[in-house]
Design a protein around this ligand. Structure first.
Ligand code: URA
Length: 271
């Protein structure tokens, strides 16, 4: 039984969508919803057997479906650098989650080539990043920079960002709701940059992007599909600083990425 939205529901839906847009969310799943409804007359009574629930399909009329298709502010901007600037402006001086009130100095948006083939995604800015406004500039960042150099490229060739853009107090792990509030902006950055491959650095980045809960042993050494883009997982540089014996394993992950992108490591001096 198709249902058309009444005025009140339409208004409420519009407001809810505007609210999501303000959070940076523009993508909605629009598949038909099959609802389970109780028939109007069905009153639950212990003496009567329960009437089976009727199925109804919620049909969104074409003019109502326009509500779902607010274009993202960057939608018609062909130049990725300009589109990224629009996303940054959209974030503004963000107060969408508690981190804005917990001592973050600035928003750490992302850095690198807006047309990069390769994107690295970490967890959250630390103290150095919060100070400088750029991801991966502290000790972990130096290691990441060296890992990128070992691949025969530079930081300027890739794009580097984090799941969340503000430093959590005391460098604690981001909370789930903080990731959910902030990551739509990262999704929009990825959509603009259109990398050929993404490397998720560490379990938090991998689990947030892939929406799965699996140990690193099951995440590494294989490709995932992330909204049509290849995604590999490797150890977070901070972990490698704590356990340098795992650097060889991380290098294997990066070699898998290089093979996929047709990259060759730089020749060692003397070769
Ligand atoms: N760790 C991260 O995950 N991101 C940074 O930007 C710095 C350290």
């Amino acid at each position: 039984m198709p249902r058309v939205l009444d005025e009140k529901t339409k208004q409420a839906l519009k407001e809810r969508i505007r609210y999501y847009n303000e959070l940076g969310i523009y993508d909605f799943y629009r598949q038909e919803i099959t609802e389970l409804l109780q028939p109007e007359s069905a009153e639950t009574s212990i003496s009567e057997p329960m009437t089976p629930r009727a199925k109804a399909t919620l049909t969104i009329a074409p003019e109502e479906s326009d509500m779902f298709s607010n274009p993202k502010p960057e939608a018609n901007i062909a130049d990725p650098a300009a589109a990224l600037r629009v996303i940054r402006e959209d974030i503004g001086d963000c107060t969408r989650c508690r981190l804005s009130k917990q001592g973050r100095k600035q928003i750490v948006f992302g850095v690198g080539n807006p047309k990069a083939d390769l994107m690295f995604i970490g967890e959250a800015p630390g103290a150095d990043e919060d100070e400088q406004g750029e991801p991966f500039v502290g000790r972990s960042g130096q290691l990441l920079t060296n890992m990128i150099k070992a691949m025969g490229i530079t930081r300027e060739d890739v794009y580097i960002a984090n799941i969340i853009k503000c430093r959590p107090p005391g460098n604690r792990q981001p909370e789930r709701d903080e990731c959910e509030t902030c990551s739509p902006f990262l999704m929009r950055q990825i959509a603009v940059i259109k990398p050929k491959a993404i490397v998720a650095l560490g379990a938090v980045a991998a689990k947030t992007l892939l929406a799965i809960n699996a140990p690193m042993s099951e995440l590494r050494g294989r490709w995932f599909d992330f909204r049509g883009t290849k995604l590999a997982v490797t150890y977070h540089p901070a972990f490698l600083l704590r356990d340098p014996r795992q650097k060889g394993e991380a290098w294997k992950d990066l070699q898998m990425v290089m093979k996929e992108l047709g990259m060759k490591p730089p020749a060692k001096s003397g070769e």
